[in-house]
Ligand binder design. Structure first.
Ligand SMILES: C[S@@+](CC[C@H](N)C(=O)[O-])C[C@H]1O[C@@H](n2cnc3c(N)ncnc32)[C@H](O)[C@@H]1O
Length: 303
């Protein structure tokens, strides 16, 4: 029998949400609210062992076939779906475009990363580390929605959550710098859809700031003075480098730098490693889940 962090994994359809436990173990009303947020944003709350998922083939000829079949089925109110199998690990861990999960989740991230974000936010608030919170690369906005919720339960009314994305998907990757085969426009989610996701949770207010456009255009002139949390989730070498160069100097000492995809995307890792080397950043890197890492800034670079 497979097991998760806290106990046996049962195979009954409703067991996935039961097997996934969040951290801290929710005791207060505030923790219970954040636990429910994590379950809703990842959709583990609704997860079943077998999941229907819309087909979205990446190969051109398969996409063409899919379009033809859909054209035939649609007037009959029928749909072509694939049935995927998912388990607790798919919700504890992150997964691209939520391919192994309920497909309309607001985040690709797993609960481990949301748990970690909760810890970081509580820590910077407890220690009075100055600055706003940023996520660069938000997709449907789930992590930033969670950041706003976590500030809310601490009655923090000043710090803002910066929601930074092109809202048109990835820029055109430079093939010399990115080996993964990403395509321009992948993962596009409009700013209206992300705003709508905030609004559905009752969390769209003036502490949430949207910065729309490619990082290389928006970040050099972004009116951000100090950050306590910098989360980078942008998949590409250049995107990761652009965020680091523009925002890492604004991260307060004591604040957290968090990088999704450091362990699984070699180009992302190279961008982080090169930046650390150039600025002689020596804070140790710690893993969050099987993809993301973080360090806590202990000094301004070069000091
Ligand atoms: C993997 S998704 C982010 C997932 C998200 N953090 C979540 O919680 O599910 C990557 C995002 O980065 C954005 N992105 C990547 N490079 C960018 C750039 N140079 N400028 C603006 N947005 C960028 C894409 O539009 C996409 O929304």
């Amino acid at each position: 029998m497979a097991s998760t962090e806290r106990g046996p994994q049962r195979s009954a359809p409703a067991s996935i949400s039961v097997a996934v436990r969040t951290s801290p173990d929710p005791r207060t009303l505030e923790e219970m609210y954040l636990d429910l947020m994590k379950r809703s944003l990842t959709r583990v709350l609704f997860a079943k062992e077998y999941q229907r998922q819309t087909l979205s083939p990446s190969r051109l000829w398969l996409r063409a076939c899919n379009a033809v079949v859909r054209g035939v089925l649609s007037p009959l109110n029928l749909e072509l779906v694939r049935v995927i199998r998912s388990g607790p690990e798919d919700y504890l861990e992150s997964g691209h475009a939520a391919k192994n999960r309920v497909e309309d989740s607001e985040t690709m991230l797993g609960t481990r990363q949301l748990d970690h974000m909760q810890m970081c936010i509580n820590d910077v608030l407890d220690r009075g580390i100055p600055g706003d919170l940023v996520e660069a690369g938000v997709w449907r906005g789930g992590m930033t929605i969670f950041m706003r919720a976590a500030l809310g339960v601490r009655r923090e009314r000043k710090r803002r959550v910066w929601v930074v994305d092109s809202f048109e998907g990835l820029p055109n990757p430079d093939a010399a710098l990115d080996s993964f085969g990403w395509k321009a426009g992948e993962m596009a989610v409009s700013v209206d859809e992300v705003r709508g996701n905030f609004a559905r949770y009752g969390l769209l207010d003036d502490q949430v700031v949207f910065l729309k456009g490619f990082f290389s255009d928006t970040l050099p002139k972004a009116p951000i003075s100090a950050l306590s949390i910098l989360r980078v989730d942008a998949d590409l070498y250049e995107s990761t480098r652009d965020v680091l160069e523009n925002l890492y100097p604004k991260l307060s000492v004591g604040g957290y730098a968090i990088f999704d995809d450091y362990q699984n995307l070699i180009d992302c890792r190279r961008a982080v490693d090169e930046y650390r080397k150039t600025l002689s950043i020596r804070e140790p890197i710690t893993k969050i889940d099987s993809r993301a890492i973080f360090w806590r800034k202990t000094a301004h670079a070069g000091q």
